[in-house]
Design a protein around this ligand. Structure first.
Ligand code: ADP
Ligand code: MG
Length: 211
């Protein structure tokens, strides 16, 4: 049976758990909190949503940025689904770990994505580096999951900056950003300095308590 309307979703017992019932032969690619994604063919996938109101949110965000290099193509939507371009890529966090460095062209694309999302009015710029950002075969950076791009005020890409710090690539990245967009550079540098001093004072107070 290959009618995707037979796929159903419901909440499981654990908080935020999504249970998928899939009688079709479309493979499940991944699932999040809002929905589950299935591969339809080489270049297309289907996202089914638990809550129909999230279809409208994601569709609006995707259409706003159609044509931008990072946005998957939008093909079709229905009451509880969107058919979009399937992104065949390596999750950004894994990609950077494998490379052991960050190329200028990747940094430039990340800077452009943040700027374009900001000017499109999205308020949540902190997305997951492995679940939501991919680098495709042509080294184009792609992003997925726009259902909650306006649910939170998160102007700093905290997860991205933390991953780059963990990989020892943050200094190189910031030097590249400095030459591309000074405003973003200062914003991100300030954030990192603040979080460094916060974690220092935390570890100081921990060692005080231990004494
Ligand atoms: N267009 C796409 N191409 C390839 N994989 C995708 C695509 N959209 C989503 N995915 C995969 O499916 C997972 C779940 O999709 P996501 O949009 O994050 O769902 P949710 O809104 O529930 O968090 C993602 O983490 C990603 O791995
Ligand atoms: Mg998600």
């Amino acid at each position: 049976m290959n009618d995707f309307s037979s796929i159903t979703l419901h909440r499981g017992r654990k908080k935020k758990e999504l249970v998928v019932h899939n009688p079709t032969s479309y493979p499940l690619i991944g699932k999040g909190v809002q929905g589950a994604v299935f591969k339809l063919k080489e270049d297309r996938c289907l996202k089914i949503y638990l809550k129909p109101e999230n279809v409208a949110k994601e569709k609006e965000a995707m259409l706003k940025c159609q044509g931008m290099s990072f946005m998957p193509k939008f093909y079709e939507s229905g009451p509880n689904y969107i058919i979009m371009e399937y992104i065949d890529g390596t999750p950004l966090g894994h990609f950077l770990k494998e490379q052991g460095t960050i190329a200028e062209s990747i940094t430039q694309q990340l800077v452009n994505i943040k700027k374009e999302m900001k000017s499109a009015g999205f308020t949540n710029l902190d997305c997951h580096v492995n679940r939501h950002i991919f680098v495709d075969q042509q080294q184009i950076v792609k992003m997925v999951d726009y259902a909650s791009t306006n649910d939170r005020q998160s102007p700093i890409p905290v997860r991205l900056l933390n991953t780059l710090s963990e990989l020892g690539l943050i200094e190189l990245f910031l030097t590249q950003v400095k030459g591309m967009d000074y405003e973003l550079y200062s914003e991100w540098k300030n954030f990192l300095s603040k979080s460094k001093s916060k974690s220092k004072s935390k570890s100081k107070s921990k060692s005080k308590h231990r004494k």
